[in-house]
Design a protein. Structure first.
Length: 170
């Protein structure tokens, strides 16, 4: 990537992946980026449960009533689980870590997608059971990662919702 702006333009949600595996080296670099994620008071309330078993990942696609198509073809799924007792910023800390995973995947030339788990149907229990996540942790989301099985255009800078920017001059 040429710049952080270009990286952000390229990061899109991919719900279809090819059959190609993600290399160990790529996954290692992506996970290192997750471990560098900022967190409140540097408490690092997150733990990352990495699954490369395609059968298990496909089985998770029915953990919610909808919004799980990315789990049908993903070669990697990473559960972002957090210790809610450690800090009151656990959800924000988890969201930041999940985004680091996605940006790192994009930087590796891979696609990714966020699958929200927390407070969706009975998804948290299903994911916890399938991936062996202890009860003490809350499961915020699954991040799927793989080689892109669909084409997505980069964000068009001219079409961004600039009306959402509220700038007050001092």
């Amino acid at each position: 990537m040429n710049s952080f702006l270009e990286l952000c333009r390229e990061r899109r949600s991919y719900r279809k992946y090819t059959d190609a595996d993600v290399s160990k080296e790529q996954l290692d670099r992506i996970l290192q980026c997750a471990l560098m994620s900022p967190s409140g008071k540097r408490l690092n309330p997150w733990e990352f449960y990495v699954c490369r078993d395609r059968e298990v990942i496909r089985g998770l696609s029915d953990c919610r009533s909808m919004g799980t198509t990315m789990l049908q073809t993903a070669p990697v799924a990473i559960a972002v689980a957090l210790d809610a007792e450690k800090t009151d910023t656990w959800q924000a800390d988890g969201a930041i870590a999940a985004l680091n995973l996605q940006l790192a995947a994009t930087d590796e030339g891979l696609g990714s997608c966020w699958c929200h788990i927390l407070d969706r149907d009975n998804a948290e229990e299903r994911v916890r059971e399938a991936l062996g996540i202890p009860e003490r942790l809350r499961v915020l989301c699954l991040i799927t990662i793989g080689h892109k099985g669909e084409e997505r255009k980069m964000y068009d800078l001219e079409k961004l919702p600039y009306e959402k920017l509220k700038v007050k001059l001092i």
